[in-house]
Each structure stands twice: as structure tokens, then as C-alpha cells.
Design a protein around this ligand. Sequence first.
Ligand SMILES: Cc1cc2nc3c(=O)[nH]c(=O)nc-3n(C[C@H](O)[C@H](O)[C@H](O)COP(=O)(O)OP(=O)(O)OC[C@H]3O[C@@H](n4cnc5c(N)ncnc54)[C@H](O)[C@@H]3O)c2cc1C
Length: 309
Amino acid sequence: MDTQITLAVLAEYGVQGVQANEPMARHTTWRIGGPSDLFFRPTSVIELQNVLRAAMRLEIPVIVMGRGSNLLVLDGGIRGLVIQLHDTFAQWTLTEGCLITQSGRSLVSVANIAIREGMAGLEFATGIPGSVGGAVMMNAGAHGGEVKDVLLWADVLEFDGTLHRMTPEELQFDYRSSVLKDHPAVVASVAFALHPGNSQEMTARVRQWAQRRSATQPLSQPNCGSVFRNPPGAHAAALIEQAGLKGLIYGGAQISEKHSNFIVNLGTATAKDVLWLMRYAQKTVHDRFDIQLETEVRIIGESELALGR
Ligand SMILES: Cc1cc2nc3c(=O)[nH]c(=O)nc-3n(C[C@H](O)[C@H](O)[C@H](O)COP(=O)(O)OP(=O)(O)OC[C@H]3O[C@@H](n4cnc5c(N)ncnc54)[C@H](O)[C@@H]3O)c2cc1C
């Protein structure tokens, strides 16, 4: 891919401000990840449609991301275009019990707006540090609540730029999963159906949850939340701990001493270090308990930076 020609074609589509060779470590909560060839943060649906159409014409692979709080980007980085919907794509309105927001707004902020406005339903989300779009894609959840419980609809852009509205049934939500895992498309905006609640009671409840999180999760170290899904009837963290792996260090990464289903970046971790710990934990748990741990974290990119790029 000739970057100069590509940037010129993108400009023809009115797409300005695309960055080349952007280190993805700047955009993931793990602070890990090699460079993406091209990186763009749209500020409107039109810009988003334009960049998708230009990428299609140029036949460039597209990856969409939010806050990067559930992503392991490999050390060789990403060949193609990364579109990040986070912060710059974050307008919202609240009318008649329905909170409509663009997908780049942080889920925590949406949940806090709802609580402040006396609307209940999103309290479970106050500790989930991703974007609304990422939360829909992952059917994010905590404390017995999930996105699927409150989602009314999501407006989704296909990679050819066409926009359509999807219902929860069409999104086929499952445990930390939706249809978008197998059929990638871009969640552009979302409506949550809420009901009246008491702001003070909700605030007290989420404070307790926040205290529990900071007591049990390594929130001061770069991490990506739970690395593995909980297998049916078991907890990934308990299995990893019982396998004797709590605190194990490889390179610059460590299986957290505070929560065994978290891997933390001690400061110099590469994706290779994290992957080694993940594979080692999977093998050890399998050998010991005959249970296969599946990753919750999404792994993207290439392991090696291609020579002569
Ligand atoms: C400290 C910590 C605690 C966490 N606790 C929880 C928890 O309690 N419960 C929980 O469920 N998760 C938790 N997570 C994981 C993570 O925050 C969620 O999975 C979150 O929903 C991911 O959102 P994101 O914007 O960061 O997505 P990203 O990590 O950027 O992307 C994740 C996936 O979503 C896709 N995606 C992102 N945005 C869009 C979009 N607009 N349209 C289409 N696809 C998109 C990406 O392609 C990727 O496949 C935690 C993470 C951390 C770091």
C-alpha cells in the first residue's frame, strides 16, 4: 500500500486527518500494540460513511475499535485502516426514558448520565471502561446486568457505508458476544430503554461496586479486564489460581496477583509476552482440570512487523 496515494484518495472522499503508522499502544488500555498503517477518528456519521466508502474503493482492510479495553493488538501492528470511535463520536440525548447516544461515548459516562437524570437500567455499566459501540459488540455486562437487557436498537453501518437499524433479536446477544463478532459492521448509535429510578440509591449501589472493583482488580496497572471467559459453572480466575499461576511473570507481563483472570503490563510488556502467559494458562488449566479456557479479549493484528514496509 502506497501511503501517499492512499491519503490522496481518502482526501478525495473528504477524509482529512488520517494518521499513518500510528502506534496502537497509545490506544489500548494494555498500552500494547504495534503500528496501524492508517488510523482515523471520525467525528460524524458522514465522515464515517466517507471513510468506509474510500476504504472499500481502495480495497483496504478495515478494523473498528472503541476504547481498546478488550483488545490485544499484536506487536507487528495492523495492516489496513483502524477506525476508532471514541470520545470524538459521542453526542447523546435523553427523551421519554430513552437514552440515545453515538457509539464513541464511554459506557461509564452514559451510565452516569442516566443515574444523574434519575433513570435506571445502566448502573451495571459504571465500572466497564469501554465505549458504547464496544459494549454492544461484546454484550458487556457486570453485577447481573448486560447490554442486551437495556438495548432498544442499534444503528449499524455496513462496511459499504449503508446504514440500518438492528433490534436486540437481530444482534443475537449471548454471553460476551453478539452477531457482530462473525459479521463485523460499525455500531454508529444506540438507544437504551431506561425506567425511572432513585439517583441517590443508584449512586450508593454503584459506589459499593466501585469499592469492590478497586479491592479485587489491579486497576492501577495497564490491563484489559478479564482475559478469559468464565467456562460453564466455573470461574476462570479460580481455575488459574488453583493451577498455581497467580503472579506468574513472563517478560514484561504478569498474571495479576490481585485477580488471576487479569494479565497486567508491568511497563515493558509486548503482545508476545501476554500471549505466552495466555497460552501457558490455557495449557496448564487444561492439563490440570480438563477445561479449555476461551479468550474473552479480542486478538488482532500481525505478530511480526513485515520487513521492507
Ligand atoms: C479494568 C477493566 C474492567 C473491565 N470490566 C469489564 C466488565 O465488568 N464487564 C465486561 O463485559 N467487560 C469488562 N471489561 C472489558 C471491556 O471494557 C469491554 O469488553 C468493553 O465493552 C469493550 O469496549 P471498547 O470500546 O474498549 O472495545 P474495544 O476493545 O475497542 O473493541 C472490542 C471489540 O469491539 C469491537 N468494536 C468496538 N467498537 C465498535 C463499534 N463502534 N462498532 C462495532 N464494533 C466495535 C472491536 O472491533 C472489537 O472486536 C473491562 C476492561 C477493563 C480494562
